[in-house]
Write a protein of this length. Structure first.
Length: 590
């Protein structure tokens, strides 16, 4: 049985008393998390994070975190453009059964929300909690169930299950059994028809949505997204030119970047045009970009000031037969030469982005990073153990993921790599570019590039403080993972930051903000048996993560969200087809 989310076609149609409503709100991070976990672990094919009982055409009875069991206007769900909802009819529902279900629900109005049960269920649906529950033969699940029976505190699915279980027609038939965060609609309903989408409902969820009061500029965001595509193209040209180690950066990438500032009207999948220099006229990559990004009207040009490089060490290169043969056949008179030769084989210089200045406004700068492309970069992404950021400044800037820190700051002492680190490049730019109080610095990146852009933003802010100047610094990230801890995030409170995210993109949701799902207040209110289970789980997490479970991560920037599901992790994360598409013709929320 295949079920998909549907949106109620119009108010007052396709539901009646006793029906069950399933809702999912795209803006609600908690809602998103539950939907992901339940879809993965429960193998349910409908994504839902809230359940309620229909009381009549106008009202439902539900359990909310704020007010517990209460009546709510169904119209509130229809009026929420970010909410998706579907109604289903319980098997064999009659008017009499519907009356009894609602009567049971009415008796519990005023009961409180069960935070302890919610967090316990979230623990079970955490990958580690799920594994621990399986290892203990579902003992954790049984403890949670026993702890919360007949306590007159509820979460939404538990409440719906209870009201149905009170009817002989549904009792003990495996329908909506605790302790699942979400119900199983394929067990509850015999009718498989999904209601038609509400076609005219504005806005489209696949477009970014924001308040004009937020300060978010969609034109700037699209311009920066296009510059990220340029950074990706630079990398491809560099990677395809043979013997590139003997050529200069300026020989490979155009010194002038050309594009339109009228970005919102552009067909999103038509990629940027770059003004081609003499050295790159033969490059098919730049030629194919020339046919796009053509727009009559105002055209923006940028001078490239610096390029970012990273020395990638990739174990796969050692397994390349031709390179191994090259190494073996080389005459190596000294041990030190052998080591140097090995490093020459496994160190690749990777072009990671650039710093540019507007040709029409010499005080406007752009710091741009591309996303993850190579295997070694993915390996660096996986280095999650936190390290202090820029410890040499002695300012306690907080902890950041080690993989990001290595790419940004790590110097290679040996081998043929001669390019400065990203950190040194940023410092050189700041020193030589005559930045002042009137300067505007836009910093951007996608995926891994978004993480590097975040590091660069704080670095530039600290360089400005050191020089006692206050340029306008703005950070626009696309699909950014969490970069650092709460101390790191606190340093961004006075910086204008925007985080564009697809709610369906799993990359922007990692690493988890914390693995400790229960705070001490909740644990102290549990029975002794439950406390032991929680402490056992914490110990298991500590061992499983090598001590990393005690660290916390926090997102940076005001969230600018949209929802687009492609069916694949990579598709949901795609810069050109998904994120640029979302920035095209954005929806404004008053």
């Amino acid at each position: 049985m295949t079920m998909q989310i549907a949106i109620a076609p119009e108010y007052g149609v396709n539901y009646k008393k006793g029906y069950i409503g399933f809702a999912y709100e795209a803006d609600d991070i908690e809602s998103i998390g539950i939907a992901y976990f339940t879809a993965f672990f429960s193998m349910s094919q409908i994504k839902v994070s809230h359940v309620f009982i229909v009381k009549n055409e106008d009202e439902c009875i539900e359990v909310t975190r704020e007010k517990g069991v209460k009546d709510t206007s169904i119209k509130e769900y229809f009026d929420n453009p970010r909410c998706q909802i579907v109604f289903r009819e319980p098997i064999g529902l009659s008017d009499e059964i519907a009356d009894r279900i609602v009567t049971v629900a009415e008796k519990h109005k005023g009961d409180s929300y069960d935070y302890a049960l919610f967090f316990s269920l979230a623990t079970l649906n955490n990958p580690i909690g799920w594994l621990a529950n399986r290892i203990t033969q579902e003992r954790l699940q049984k403890i949670i169930t026993q702890d919360h029976e007949n306590d007159k505190r509820w979460i939404c699915s538990e409440f719906v299950a209870y009201c149905l279980d009170q009817q002989k027609e549904y009792c003990d038939k495996g329908v909506l059994k605790k302790p699942h965060v979400m119900v199983y609609p394929q067990n509850l309903f015999e009718d498989n028809e999904i209601f038609k989408k509400w076609e005219e409902m504005p806005p489209k969820l696949s477009k970014v949505q924001f308040s004009q009061k937020s300060g978010f500029n969609p034109n700037s965001a699209m311009e920066l997204a296009n510059l990220i595509v340029v950074a990706n193209s630079d990398y491809e040209v560099w990677d395809q030119i043979k013997n590139h180690k003997n050529q200069l950066d300026s020989d490979l990438t155009p010194a002038i970047i050309t594009g339109s500032t009228v970005f919102v009207d552009l067909p999103v999948n038509e990629i940027d045009s770059i003004e081609v220099t003499t050295e790159t006229k033969s490059s098919k990559n730049y030629q194919q970009l020339d046919q796009y990004w053509r727009k009559t009207g105002k055209v923006e040009k940028y001078d490239r000031l610096h390029s970012f490089w990273f020395p990638e060490i990739w174990l796969g290169e050692l397994l390349n037969f031709s390179k191994l043969r090259e190494f073996i056949n080389t005459n190596i008179p000294k041990r030190s030469s052998a080591i140097e030769n090995i490093e020459n084989l496994v160190i690749n210089e990777q072009l990671f982005g650039f710093i540019a200045r507007s040709k029409t406004d010499q005080n406007k700068f752009f710091v741009v990073f591309r996303g993850t492309r190579e295997g070694a970069e993915w390996l660096d992404n996986l280095r999650m153990n936190p390290k202090p950021f820029l410890p040499e400044l002695k300012q306690r800037l907080g902890q950041v993921r080690n993989g990001f820190n290595l790419i940004y700051s790590k110097e290679r002492q040996n081998g043929s790599f001669t390019k400065p680190t990203i950190q040194k490049t940023v410092e050189e730019f700041f020193e030589k570019s005559s930045i002042n109080d009137s300067s505007e610095i836009y910093i951007t990146g996608h995926s891994l590039g978004a993480a590097l852009a975040t590091l660069a933003t704080l670095h530039i802010q600290k360089l400005a403080e050191e020089k006692k100047i206050k340029p306008k610094i703005q950070l626009y990230t696309l699909a950014s993972p969490r970069v650092g801890d709460e101390i790191f995030a606190k340093h961004f409170e006075d910086i204008e930051c925007f985080r564009v995210i697809n709610s369906e993109d799993m990359i922007q949701a990692v690493p988890f903000p914390t693995t400790q799902l229960l705070d001490d207040e909740i644990v102290n209110g549990m029975k002794d048996s439950s406390k032991k289970a929680v402490f056992a789980l914490r110990s298991l997490l500590e061992i499983f993560t090598g001590g990393l479970s005690k660290y916390h991560y926090q997102h940076i920037g005001f969230p600018i969200t949209f929802t687009k599901q492609t069916g694949t992790i990579a598709g949901n994360h795609n810069l050109t087809k998904i994120y640029r598409e979302a920035l095209n013709i954005p929806h404004y929320i008053p």
